[in-house]
Design a protein around this ligand. Structure first.
Ligand code: XMP
Length: 318
């Protein structure tokens, strides 16, 4: 059966109205297509009952908070920005185990939402959860591949009732909804970004210095690949970013020995994120990315390209 976005929106609006009734709801906006689509459908269903929240957890892409608030403003959404940078990074200090990181982040998000809920007399949390989030979190008796922050990362006890209008959908269907709802292309075609943010692109312990390194490297990868796609040099991957390894290797900077970090470039083709193949990026683009990363981020001395498919790899590192 083909997916009918118009019909889905009509049904979803009614379902949200039935579920929320006259209560108030927090809508959690992250800046990605899923949460913007969920927010737009929710604002059709229960306008005047929503409290839109964006949490800056210190693990977002470079200048992301500014970009997201600008887009929200253009869409007529008043976003309440919560600065959670110190709180999240403090809670993650010394943590290296990926599932532990995900659980800490999931719980922290909910605690922040609960605090907001208390202040604004809110009973529901509307999230842009999609099917791969709960499937990979071990839904319906499956093995847990990784606890997505908005499903398996949720605390056992939470005081908000969940409303997840996109729960049964895959990313390409959410993009169709975004187009149908008239969201700008920069949003409905935006590449996916994981809820736990750069925490899953920093293998091992997270520090502010490492977050900055990955922010810079992700921006270089995005800019160079976007430019190459515009120039027709390659096909736009489903997702493309940089990730940091915890170990250092030996290199030379100028005439001196250097002992520096390794940055991984990852770019994949996929339809729904459940399986993926690495993108065949022309070497000249990879070389430009590598040169820029080592020139502009002085703590990085080596750049590698990840040629692992999913399975056996996953798209993110953790
Ligand atoms: P993996 O790394 O499992 O990722 O191959 C599949 C897709 O899901 C994204 N991802 C997440 N999205 N919350 C999200 O909303 C999460 O906790 C999460 N973890 C991974 C990932 O970026 C990729 O698009």
């Amino acid at each position: 059966m083909t997916f009918d976005p118009k019909k889905f929106i009509e049904t979803s609006v009614k379902e949200i109205q039935n579920k929320i009734g006259n209560e108030r709801a927090i809508i959690a906006v992250s800046g990605g297509v899923d949460s913007f689509v969920a927010a737009t459908i929710a604002s059709k269903a229960v306008p005047g009952q929503l409290h839109s929240v964006y949490v800056d957890n210190g693990l977002m892409r470079k200048n992301e908070t500014q970009k997201v608030t600008e887009v929200a403003k253009r869409l007529g959404v008043t976003l309440n920005v919560i600065d959670g940078r110190k709180r999240f990074l403090d809670a993650l200090k010394g943590i290296i185990e990926p599932e532990q990181k995900r659980k800490i982040i999931g719980e922290m998000f909910v605690r922040v939402f609960e605090e907001e809920a208390k202040k604004h007399n809110v009973k529901f949390l509307i999230q842009g959860t999609i099917a791969p989030d709960w499937i990979e979190s071990g839904g319906m008796g499956r093995d847990t591949i990784k606890s997505h922050h908005n499903v398996g990362g949720l605390p056992e006890k939470m005081h908000l009732k969940l409303c997840e209008p996109l729960r049964e959908l895959y990313k390409h269907e959410v993009r169709m909804l975004g187009k149908e709802l008239g969201l700008p292309e920069e949003i409905h075609q935006r590449q996916p970004f994981p809820g736990p943010g750069l925490a899953v692109r920093i293998v091992g312990e997270i520090t502010e210095e490492k977050v900055k390194m990955v922010q810079e490297a992700c921006e270089i990868v995005e800019t160079e690949i976007d430019n190459a796609c515009k120039q027709g040099k390659m096909e736009r991957p489903w997702q493309y970013f940089a990730a940091l390894l915890p170990s250092k290797t030996v290199g030379v900077r100028g005439d001196e020995r250097a002992y520096q970090y390794t940055m991984i470039i990852r770019a994949v083709r996929s339809l729904d994120g459940m399986t993926a193949n690495f993108s065949h990026i022309p070497f000249e683009i990879l070389e430009k990315i590598s040169t820029r990363i080592t020139n502009e981020i002085h703590t990085v001395g080596r750049v590698t390209y990840d040629i692992t498919n999913k399975p056996p790899g996953t798209i993110e590192m953790e």
